[in-house]
Design a protein around this ligand. Structure first.
Ligand code: GLN
Length: 390
């Protein structure tokens, strides 16, 4: 008998985002698929990591995270948003926000519980739900501005609902949830005794005067919210794998148990560097947002000139596009053609929907790239314009 994987693993596929990066490498494609920067991280964070290794911070940190990082996470959340966070009882450092989300789900959700997910969604939430035994319930974010229908949201809640996953600023749409939307969500969470699990990894990457509102700051939500974030996007260190979850003390105890047995802990010297990074002045964050806004406008211009219909993002570093104009049967075929024949990698829209049919005319590009990288994509996409005339 051939060995086979578990039944639950058969229920989801390999990450399409990560597969696109491999295809880009294989075909020498310009990689505008997986969201990671191709420019250096800030000197201060790199130097702090080197110093931590030199200082022999090379053994396990305490499983729930080195104290300086937990204190920095708590201090910054309180300073920015006025919500008290206890570093000792409410912060768990994980191996990236990916593990923080998985640990949060495993810690908070029982098999059969329903979890509400806004769709399109970051692809990890699907496998996260399956691995934790949750039954996902999708609520549509309607293009072009990715708003949800309040009645549809009301209908998604019931006595089996355990949690709702929010991701703001949003990947892949660039939507920034408004305070009014979050208040509507929070009323339902309180009515139905539901947890909010919120992925706020793009907190500082936000444009055009939009403001990030953590749902933990809405009345009545601090004690029913798990807020997830990471160093990855804010400090351009996606490969460091240092993220965290802020949660009420009882939930934190559960998250820490799961986290400890999953990974023991995140890289100790990089946690020390994270504490240094979180102490950077506000000017750092202003500059980060300003630079990404410039990159967004550059990629919007490129994609629009090459006949993609773009949904302008107000946060995060992705542009969702519609590819209807190119006459391809589906997004996966188009993405493959784009990477193999044109030399540009992007993510097929179907990987952000539970029913692939819903994403068939969509493609996601990222702009966390150097100008030269995006300009090379521009040159290559010229070929596509010709192909579009077929
Ligand atoms: N968040 C990034 C994206 O959506 C990268 C995800 C990952 O591969 N961990 O592309």
């Amino acid at each position: 008998m051939k060995p086979r994987g578990s039944k639950k693993v058969a229920l989801f596929t390999e990450s399409v985002i990560r597969e696109m990066t491999r295809l880009a490498q294989q075909h020498g494609g310009v990689n505008l698929s997986q969201g990671f920067p191709d420019f250096p991280a800030p000197a201060a964070i790199k130097q702090a990591a080197c110093e931590a290794i030199e200082a022999d911070i090379n053994q396990y940190a305490v499983t729930w995270g080195a104290r300086p990082l937990r204190e920095a996470v708590a201090r910054e959340f309180t300073r920015r948003y006025g919500v008290r966070v206890q570093a000792d009882a409410q912060v768990t450092v994980c191996c990236g926000s990916t593990e923080a989300m998985m640990s949060a789900m495993l810690a908070a959700v029982d098999p059969g519980d329903e979890v509400i997910v806004f769709e399109p969604f970051y692809e990890n939430y699907g496998p996260d739900a399956i691995l934790s035994g949750a039954v996902p319930r999708y609520v549509t974010l309607h293009e072009p501005d990715w708003t949800f229908d309040p009645d549809e949201l009301v209908r998604a809640f019931n006595t089996r609902t355990r949690a709702i996953i929010i991701n703001t600023p949003n990947n892949p749409t660039g939507k920034v949830f408004t305070r009014e939307e979050l208040v509507a969500i929070s009323r339902l969470c309180q009515k139905w005794d539901v947890l909010a699990i919120t992925d706020e990894i793009y907190e500082h990457i936000i444009y055009d005067g939009h403001a990030h509102v953590p749902i933990a700051t809405i009345d009545g939500m601090a004690d029913r919210t798990i807020t997830i974030n990471s160093l990855s996007k804010t400090f351009s260190v996606t490969g460091w794998r240092v993220g965290w979850a802020i949660a009420p003390p009882e939930l934190t105890a559960s998250i820490r148990k799961v986290h400890d047995f999953l990974t023991v802990g995140a890289a100790a010297p990089l946690q020390e560097a994270g504490a240094v990074a979180l102490a950077l002045p506000d000017h750092y964050y202003d500059e980060l947002a300003r630079e990404y806004c410039r990159r967004r406008d550059l990629l919007l211009d490129i994609l629009e000139r090459h006949h993609f219909t773009c949904y302008k993002p107000y946060g995060a570093y992705y542009i969702m596009t519609d590819i209807g104009a190119f006459g391809f049967p589906d997004d996966v075929a188009f993405a493959r053609y784009l990477v193999t024949d044109v030399g540009v990698a992007a993510v097929p829209g179907s990987s952000f929907y539970h029913d692939p049919g819903l994403g068939r005319t969509k493609l996601r590009f990222c702009f966390c790239k150097r100008d030269e990288t995006m300009m090379e994509a521009d040159r290559r996409l010229a070929k596509l314009t010709v192909a579009a005339g077929r």
